[in-house]
Design a protein around this ligand. Structure first.
Ligand SMILES: *[C@@H]1O[C@H](CO)[C@@H](O)[C@H](O)[C@H]1NC(C)=O
Ligand SMILES: *[C@@H]1O[C@H](CO)[C@@H](O)[C@H](O)[C@H]1NC(C)=O
Ligand SMILES: *[C@@H]1O[C@H](CO)[C@@H](O)[C@H](O)[C@H]1NC(C)=O
Ligand SMILES: *[C@@H]1O[C@H](CO)[C@@H](O)[C@H](O)[C@H]1NC(C)=O
Ligand SMILES: *[C@@H]1O[C@H](CO)[C@@H](O)[C@H](O)[C@H]1NC(C)=O
Ligand SMILES: *[C@@H]1O[C@H](CO)[C@@H](O)[C@H](O)[C@H]1NC(C)=O
Ligand SMILES: *[C@@H]1O[C@H](CO)[C@@H](O)[C@H](O)[C@H]1NC(C)=O
Ligand SMILES: *[C@@H]1O[C@H](CO)[C@@H](O)[C@H](O)[C@H]1NC(C)=O
Ligand SMILES: *[C@@H]1O[C@H](CO)[C@@H](O)[C@H](O)[C@H]1NC(C)=O
Ligand SMILES: *[C@@H]1O[C@H](CO)[C@@H](O)[C@H](O)[C@H]1NC(C)=O
Length: 834
């Protein structure tokens, strides 16, 4: 007889127990069986095998570890001590029934005991102290060291699910920590703050106390361990070089090393990145960070370069923040002076006095402005003919201004001088040609052939450019010089430059042309006064008089013109929800001749509008919809009542402003899924969209309806305005499609809400990426919920009494309600059978 317990009063409750145990199937015939038993917990009953004649006893062999045994006579399989998951998670046993003589009647049958892990091992760091080195300005989030801890509990349960955190940070000079730890991987990296503020000059050592918790840190009862992390901050190697100066047009062999940079990280790939989109960047970087200029530069083409050196890892991710490199191309004198014109022609009147300024020779140099490289100097090299003297002209050395030296020129001696002017910079010299024409003095004024050109009649729609009159004046000065060339201008009567006069240089004949469109309604008559002048000044004592003037009238005749709209385009913003027959805008046109105007619409393809043909009032004809078309363009036609062919058009653009009239909806290509069995901590993105216009950014909120079933199983957490996470609240999901109602609110004005049914597939996964073909899975041991179902309440009471009397239970087990109940049940059974 088993002596598991000797306390007699317990028998009082045995009879009560029997009723329930009948339902529990804790007895049965010998066959292959699987059991699941929590570790720890000590002595307990597992199962009772019933014997069938001629069997009289039972025997168990296999992985009993001296703890699992069977009472030979009663067939009670029990534990005489605690199983330990960490020692052996599965015990494989063979059970046989024997007859009186000890021969096997049935069996051996395989009985497997699966030990259920309980959280009885704290996580442990591999080291009690870790050291690491971080460079100043390292990228935020880029790990420079790892801490690692292990937990002996079952890795498939939360008991061994570890989460890391930083407990203390010494010193902690800023509002935020300078370091961060990845709670899953234990990777330690600089925070955004750290990337910015770490500086060995200020503080070169930090001590972090990092902790690791099991149970994913989700419960107060999680075990915690900690370790010290000593971090040394080193100066950043990754520094922008000072501004680089490169002399242009270099004769060195290229590429030429111009600078070198070094990453804080090993094994990075250096690259250059240009902000300006150049045809090509004449720089390169090699895998040691040496920057080269690849070819001679030309300052006159581009005098500065700005680009960035970047470092990337093997995956192409940026490692350090980009470094700015500035290159200034330095000038050398590599450009000769250039004459602005191949031949500079200057006219000089015979009476021009000695010493007069007669003109300027213009020359340029492309080398850098305001440096000696572009300083130009002028010198007359030759004068042909050299009569009556060889030095008739003088040029200002630094400006190129030409003067007569001391005397006036005389046409009879030479009418035409050729000068070669030497223009030099410090290195180069260029010859520029100058021709000086000696011309007659301008002592004659242009005289019009007639002083009154009377008038012309023109229609107001005469094309611009039409010649309406030819005029003629004559000048008796030397032909083909500035003294005789005639410039005609409208001296009076044309304030808006409606006319223009061009001169034929050969004949001095003038052509009066239309320069701008005429408008009878604005100006039906022009009384014009035309003057005729020379480009060269008149000699003193001679003046233009009325013989250099002519008068002329232009009569503009009216033409029947189409109506004119006040605006060439009408823009109007309209709310998309305005009722039908709302007045939107009034367009107005007038007829220049005063005729009545009629309006109509063209291009109203959506039949959204109608127009009052007499008033030009535009109304909505049906409901508008911004989601169909945000900018709606139609043409308004205005025509004359008496002559409908006289018409003109204007554009009416409706800008439909949004009204929140579309509910939000889900916007995902695939519904979310989770891999079965769930391990905890899973989550999946859900995303919403809305046809309405989103001001600046969408801001949906996601929530679950207020029903217990949904709220107990699912949780939604916000990511941003379009995304949220859906996560299962526990791991006890079956492999099937769950319907999860989700409420999406678009937070518009007014807000619109949509309840959508999200089909969440809990499936076996082939890989992390996708659902495996769904197969009905076999449950090989009863889940605690199914086995004890309704009995929990009653048994809990009984178990509590038994538990306190007989077994010392580990403190933390008390919190594990379900397991606790199962323990209780087993203990009670064992007592009954004793
Ligand atoms: C016990 O579990 C094993 C392994 O999962 C399974 O192959 C076997 O069929 C189960 N036996 C019984 C009786 O459920
Ligand atoms: C239980 O184990 C102890 C020793 O660990 C032993 O003395 C005792 O006899 C065992 N009881 C049964 C019923 O196997
Ligand atoms: C771990 O970090 C992630 C992301 O930073 C966070 O969402 C999650 O809540 C953290 N888990 C725990 C247990 O702190
Ligand atoms: C390139 O030039 C820099 C200075 O400009 C120098 O520090 C570096 O050593 C040179 N690198 C090589 C490989 O020559
Ligand atoms: C470089 O200089 C030489 C003379 O020094 C000149 O002939 C050449 O045009 C220059 N090249 C450029 C691109 O400026
Ligand atoms: C000036 O003289 C040159 C030759 O010396 C001649 O070719 C040119 O036609 C002359 N020009 C005038 C305007 O006389
Ligand atoms: C000729 O008319 C133009 C344009 O009105 C005016 O600027 C100029 O002074 C007039 N010349 C003379 C000499 O009246
Ligand atoms: C000149 O233009 C002004 C302003 O556009 C206008 O008022 C005036 O009538 C025009 N005068 C003539 C003669 O066209
Ligand atoms: C204008 O001056 C010229 C000489 O320059 C003279 O022949 C002509 O008669 C003058 N005309 C009038 C109207 O005075
Ligand atoms: C919201 O988060 C998702 C996932 O991180 C991202 O793809 C999306 O661009 C984010 N949207 C906004 C507006 O930030």
């Amino acid at each position: 007889m088993l002596k598991l317990c000797g306390v007699q009063f317990l028998l009082v409750i045995h009879s009560a127990m029997c009723q329930y145990l009948g339902d529990l199937h804790v007895t049965g015939p010998l066959k292959d069986m699987n059991f699941s038993v929590p570790e720890g917990g000590g002595v307990r009953f597992i199962y009772q095998f019933t014997s069938e004649v001629p069997a009289v006893s039972f025997r168990v062999t296999g992985e009993t570890d001296g703890i699992i045994d069977i009472v030979p006579r009663t067939g009670i399989l029990y534990l005489n001590g605690s199983l330990d998951w960490e020692t052996r998670p599965v015990h494989r046993l063979q059970v046989e029934s024997l007859d009186q003589k000890g021969n096997i009647v049935k069996g051996p049958y395989t009985v497997t005991i699966y030990v259920e892990d309980i959280n009885d091992n704290p996580p442990q760091f591999d080291q009690i102290k870790y050291t690491g080195v971080v460079r100043q300005n390292s990228r935020p989030g880029k790990p420079f060291m790892y801490v690692h801890a292990t937990d002996r509990d079952d890795p498939t349960t939360p008991h061994a699910q570890l989460t890391y955190s930083i407990l203390h940070h010494f010193p902690n000079p800023y509002a935020e920590m300078l370091f961060q730890i990845n709670n899953v991987t234990g990777a330690i990296s600089p925070s955004k703050m750290g990337s910015h503020y770490l500086d060995p000059q200020k503080q070169d050592t930090f001590t972090l106390v990092v902790t690791v918790k099991d149970m994913a840190g989700m419960t107060m009862n999680a075990f915690t361990s900690s370790a010290d992390v000593i971090i040394t901050v080193k100066e950043s190697l990754w520094k922008a070089p000072p501004i680089i100066h490169i002399q242009e047009n270099s004769t060195q062999v290229h590429p030429v090393n111009i600078s070198q940079v070094q990453s804080n990280e090993p094994d990075v790939i250096y690259d250059l990145f240009e902000r300006e989109k150049l045809r090509r960047l004449p720089f390169s970087v090699d895998q040691n960070g040496v920057i080269y200029v690849t070819e001679p530069l030309d300052r006159e083409e581009k005098d500065t370069y700005d680009f960035f050196v970047v470092t990337k890892d093997k995956q192409g991710e940026l490692v350090d923040k980009p470094l700015h490199v500035s290159v200034i191309v330095e000038d050398i004198n590599d450009n000769p002076p250039v004459c602005q014109q191949p031949l500079t022609v200057i006219e000089v009147q015979e009476n021009e006095g000695g010493g007069s300024n007669i003109g300027t020779l213009l020359a340029t140099d492309m080398d850098e402005e305001n440096t000696l490289n572009s300083r130009l100097q002028f010198k007359i090299a030759s004068q042909v003919p050299d009569a009556p003297a060889s030095n008739l002209f003088f040029i200002q050395q630094d400006t190129g201004v030409l003067h007569l030296t001391s005397r006036s020129l005389n046409k009879r001696i030479a009418s035409n001088y050729s000068l070669k002017v030497l223009v030099t910079d410090a290195v180069f010299q260029t010859i520029c040609d100058v021709q000086i024409h000696v011309i007659d003095i301008n002592d004659q004024i242009p005289i019009f052939e007639i002083s009154d050109y009377h008038h012309v009649n023109v229609a107001e729609n005469i094309p611009v450019g039409t010649v309406i009159l030819e005029i003629q004046a004559t000048d008796r000065d030397e032909p083909a010089t500035g003294s005789s060339y005639i410039i005609y201008q409208m001296k009076e009567g044309d304030p808006n430059n409606t006319f223009i006069i061009e001169t034929d240089p050969e004949t001095n004949r003038g052509f009066v042309k239309i320069n701008k469109a005429l408008d009878f309604e604005a100006a039906p008559v022009y009384n014009l006064v035309i003057n005729a002048t020379n480009p060269e000044p008149l000699v003193p004592g001679v003046q233009y008089n009325s013989s250099s003037l002519a008068i002329f009238k232009v009569f503009v005749s009216n033409v029947d013109e189409p109506p004119v709209f006040h605006k060439t385009v009408y823009n109007k913003e309209v709310s998309e929800d305005v009722p039908v027959n709302t007045l939107i805008i009034t367009v107005e046109a007038y007829d220049p001749e005063g005729d009545t105007v009629r309006y109509s619409l063209e291009g109203d393809v959506r039949k959204w509008l109608r127009i009052d043909s007499t008033t030009g009032q535009v109304y909505t004809a049906s409901t508008l919809d911004r989601e169909q078309q945000e900018m709606y363009t139609v043409e308004v036609v205005a025509s004359e009542l008496s002559n409908a062919a006289q018409k003109s058009k204007t554009t009416l653009i409706l800008h439909l402003s949004d009204v929140n009239d579309n509910p939000p909806h889900l916007a995902m290509d695939y519904p979310p899924f989770f891999c079965h069995p769930l391990s905890g901590g899973e989550r999946a993105f859900i995303q919403a969209a809305d046809a309405d216009e989103q001001w600046y950014y969408p801001k949906f909120t996601f929530s679950l309806p207020d029903d217990m079933n949904t709220r107990n199983n699912w949780e939604i957490s916000k990511v941003n305005g379009t995304h949220a996470y859906l996560s299962p609240k526990h791991v006890d999901f079956e492999e099937k499609v769950y319907n999860v109602p989700v409420i999406i609110n678009d937070n518009g004005k007014p807000p619109l809400e949509m309840k959508v049914n999200l089909e969440v597939n809990i499936c076996k996964c082939s890989s992390e990426k996708s659902c495996f073909i769904e197969v009905q899975r076999q449950h090989f041991w009863p889940s605690p919920g199914q086995a004890i179902g309704i009995l929990i309440g009653v048994l809990l009471v009984i178990g509590l009494i038994l538990g306190t009397v007989f077994f010392r239970m580990k403190h933390k087990q008390k919190n594990e309600k379900k397991r606790h109940q199962k323990d209780v049940r087993d203990k009670s059974e064992l007592n009954r059978l004793a």
